[in-house]
Design a protein around this ligand. Structure first.
Ligand SMILES: [Zn+2]
Length: 113
C-alpha cells in the first residue's frame, strides 16, 4: 500500500526530530496534505493507526491540514481551484496550467516532550 510507506516516512521524520530534541514522545503532529498529493485519506488513516504502534507517536494527536489545489492558467493568468491535474482553465479553456499548490505532503509542525 502506497500510503503505508508514506506514513512510515512521516513517522521516521517525526522520530528523528524528537530524538534530536532529546524528547521521549511526540505529543502532536501536524501535516499538510494537498488534494493533488495522491494520498487517499482513508488508507492514510488506516496505515497511520497500524504504523504508529510502538513508536514515539503512539499517543500523539494528529492534525491534518487539507490543502486545496490551486492552479494558474498560463494563457490568461486566471487563478482557479482544481481537482485534477488535467482540469482546464474555467475562463479560456486552456489546459496549459501551472499548479500553484495542492501537491504538499509534509510535516508542518511537531510538539514533543
Ligand atoms: Zn485561461
Amino acid at each position: 500500500m502506497h500510503e503505508l510507506s508514506i506514513v512510515m516516512g512521516i513517522i521516521k521524520i517525526a522520530e528523528d526530530h524528537a530524538k534530536a530534541a532529546g524528547a521521549h514522545s511526540v505529543d502532536e503532529i501536524e501535516l499538510d496534505i494537498g488534494t493533488l498529493s495522491g494520498v487517499d485519506m482513508e488508507s492514510m488513516e488506516f496505515a497511520w493507526t497500524q504504523a504508529k504502534k510502538g513508536t514515539m507517536l503512539n499517543n500523539s494527536l494528529k492534525k491534518v491540514n487539507s490543502i486545496s489545489a490551486k492552479a494558474k492558467c498560463l494563457d490568461c493568468d486566471t487563478e482557479f481551484d482544481i481537482k485534477n491535474y488535467y482540469d482546464a482553465c474555467p475562463v479560456c479553456g486552456e489546459h496549459l496550467i501551472s499548479i500553484l499548490r495542492g501537491k504538499e505532503l509534509k510535516v508542518k509542525s511537531l510538539l514533543v516532550s
